[in-house]
Write a protein that binds this ligand. Structure first.
Ligand code: ZN
Length: 249
C-alpha cells in the first residue's frame, strides 16, 4: 500500500477538505463532490482523513485551478472557467463560517459594556476603600478643588454629562481635608464652589438621600455610583452644623 502524504495546510487540496469536509466541483450546476469519510480520530486522525480524501479526488481525475476544483466530467473547466461562480454547498458553508465569525465579533462587542461597567465599579470600590482611610486627604487642595467638578459624557446617554471617578475621589479628599463645620454657607460656597453652578453634571445639587435639614448638597456621581455630601446649614450667614457623607452605590 502506497504511503500517504502528510497533511499540509498550504496544499489547497488538503485545506479544501479540512474547510469544507469534501472536495466540491465548482462547475456551474454540478453537484459532484468527494466527501470526507469523517471517521473517528481512533480510526484515522482528522488531518490524515483530509489527505486521504484529497488523494481519492485526485486519483479519480479531479482537477484544480486556484481555489476551484472540478470533477472529472468538468475537468476542462479547470483551464477555461477559472472564474466559475462558487457553488451552493460551498457558498452555504462559507456563509456559515462567516456568520459564525461575525457572531463571535458581535458577542465580543456586547461583552465590552458590562466589562467596562464592572471595571469602573471595581475601580470605584478600590478607590473608596483607599479614601475611607483617614489619611486619604488632599496633598494638592487647589487641584482637587478643580478636579472634583470634572464631568464626562455618560455611557448610557452620551449627550448628558456626569462626574468622573477622578472627580469623586477628589471630592472625597476635599471633604476629608477641609473642616467645614463652623464656616458660614457663603464661605463654603466660596471655598468649594456652588453646588448648582460649578459643574454641568445632570445630578448636581439634587439630593438622592433625604435631607434631615436645610443643606448645601454636593452630589458627585456618574449615574451608577459616587458620593453625596450634605453640608447642613440654614443660610448664607448661618454656620455649618454638620457634614453628612453618603455613598451612592
Ligand atoms: Zn462537476
Amino acid at each position: 500500500m502506497r504511503r500517504m502524504n502528510t497533511y499540509d495546510d498550504n496544499d489547497p487540496w488538503h485545506a479544501e477538505v479540512n474547510l469544507m469536509l469534501a472536495v466540491y466541483c465548482s462547475a456551474s450546476g454540478c453537484n459532484a463532490s468527494v466527501d470526507m469519510p469523517v471517521k473517528s480520530e481512533e480510526e484515522m486522525p482528522w488531518e490524515q482523513q483530509c489527505v486521504e480524501t484529497a488523494e481519492r479526488a485526485q486519483a479519480a481525475g479531479w482537477t484544480r485551478h486556484d481555489i476551484h476544483f472540478y470533477c472529472p466530467e468538468h475537468a476542462h473547466a479547470a483551464t477555461d472557467q477559472s472564474n466559475a461562480p462558487v457553488r451552493g454547498a460551498r457558498r452555504t458553508r462559507r456563509a456559515w463560517l462567516v456568520g459564525t465569525l461575525v457572531g463571535v465579533v458581535l458577542l465580543g462587542a456586547a461583552a465590552v459594556y458590562p466589562v467596562k461597567h464592572w471595571l469602573a465599579d471595581r475601580e470605584f470600590h478600590d478607590a473608596v476603600a483607599r479614601n475611607l482611610d483617614a489619611t486619604a486627604v488632599s496633598t494638592d487642595l487647589e487641584a482637587d478643588l478643580r478636579l472634583m467638578w470634572q464631568t464626562a459624557p455618560m455611557h448610557s446617554q452620551p449627550d448628558a454629562r456626569a462626574s468622573t471617578i477622578a472627580a469623586m475621589m477628589a471630592a472625597s479628599r476635599v471633604f476629608n481635608t477641609i473642616e467645614l463645620v463652623g464656616k458660614t454657607g457663603a464661605e463654603v460656597r466660596a471655598l468649594l464652589g456652588s453646588p448648582q453652578t460649578s459643574s454641568d453634571s445632570v445630578y448636581r445639587h439634587e439630593p438622592f438621600f433625604p435631607l434631615t435639614s436645610r443643606a448645601l448638597v454636593y452630589r458627585i456621581e456618574n449615574g451608577m455610583f459616587g458620593w453625596e455630601f450634605h453640608v447642613l446649614c440654614q443660610g448664607d450667614e448661618e454656620p455649618v452644623t454638620a457634614v453628612e457623607r453618603f455613598a451612592i452605590e
